[in-house]
Design a protein around this ligand. Structure first.
Ligand SMILES: Cc1cc2nc3c(=O)[nH]c(=O)nc-3n(C[C@H](O)[C@H](O)[C@H](O)COP(=O)(O)OP(=O)(O)OC[C@H]3O[C@@H](n4cnc5c(N)ncnc54)[C@H](O)[C@@H]3O)c2cc1C
Length: 274
């Protein structure tokens, strides 16, 4: 389906952006991992959000989601795996599906940790970030699942269900992937197994994996005062832009990013009507 704006990430920044896109009468889709994978969900108590002391993280996120739904925001569970820009439209792949929008808001939070040795080298040659997309290629074959997200076990079960021989590693700290033309083995925390594919299941993707060419500053997405990035029609908000990494900042930046994205779409429409 086609939307005016698509938001990547359903935390405070993404939901605030989406609510403010709707306030300008534009359609908006928020794609995000399940709420339980959100940073705020892990906060026992949030005491510094103005006017709402004593809330737990889950209570706050649930209230934000309810507000977004009431505003007419479409919420979709899924992981954005990559994006492509063509003819003033962004195409976004979500698992095995594809959606498109005129503008994007990146609100994917912080990604902790570096890539593992071999990960970038073997990506697409036996390293995958998506079990449902690539699992069928490995039916009857040995695969290793490195689970860092709450849904990783479910994805490992899916792989097992379609006939893969799964070795599951729960949040390994160290990992090395090796092989020749393709992946042949993986070593996790000192345990080596032969495998045809390593499924790396993290809750978030690095912004530069989603958008090759996206400019960073000190490891965070570089934005201007309207939360614009260096890419056409791409805005960013919240923890992914660095700074204080707090809910109030995320909600405020989300508001600006949402308004800017809506204004960008309006300008694009005016241009094509001329
Ligand atoms: C334990 C803990 C306690 C905290 N306590 C406080 C506090 O008391 N006060 C305070 O102000 N802040 C607190 N924070 C920080 C606060 O939670 C964050 O600043 C805030 O959640 C950032 O919002 P965000 O929307 O930018 O990112 P996030 O809330 O991290 O949301 C990003 C979302 O995007 C999803 N995502 C990422 N990549 C993709 C992708 N490719 N496809 C689909 N979805 C994707 C992620 O899974 C995540 O759900 C706390 C954080 C933690 C972990």
């Amino acid at each position: 389906m086609s939307y005016d704006v698509l938001v990547i990430g359903g935390g405070p920044a993404g939901l605030s952006a989406a609510v403010n896109v709707r306030a300008r009468g534009r359609s908006v889709l928020v794609v995000s991992n399940p709420p339980e994978e959100n940073a705020l969900w892990r906060a026992e108590k949030v005491d510094n959000y103005l006017g709402l002391p004593d809330m737990t993280g889950p209570q706050m996120l649930t209230a934000f989601r309810r507000h977004a739904e009431r505003a007419g925001v479409v919420l979709q569970e899924g992981k954005v795996l990559n994006t492509m820009y063509m003819s003033e439209t962004w195409y976004v792949s979500i698992g095995t599906e594809m959606e498109n929008a005129k503008a994007l808001v990146l609100a994917s939070g912080v990604v902790r940790g570096n890539k593992f040795p071999g990960e970038a080298e073997f990506l697409g040659r036996g390293v995958s970030y998506c079990a449902t997309c690539d699992g069928m290629l490995y039916r009857g074959k040995p695969v290793a699942v490195l689970g860092y997200s709450e849904t990783a076990r479910r994805e490992a079960e899916f792989l097992q269900g379609i006939g893969c021989e799964v070795t599951y590693f729960e949040r390994p700290k160290q990992c090395g992937i090796s092989g020749g033309e393709r992946v042949e083995k993986v070593t996790c925390d000192g345990v080596t197994v032969r495998t045809d594919c390593v499924f790396l299941l993290r809750p978030a993707m690095a912004p530069t994996d989603l958008f090759p060419g996206l400019e960073l500053e000190n490891g965070y997405v570089r934005t201007g005062r309207k939360m614009e990035t260096n890419l056409p029609g791409v805005f960013a908000a919240g923890d992914c832009t660095g700074g204080a990494l707090q809910v109030s900042v995320a909600a405020g930046e989300g508001l600006i990013a949402g308004q800017s994205a809506a204004a960008y779409v309006a300008a694009l429409q005016r241009k094509t009507m001329k």
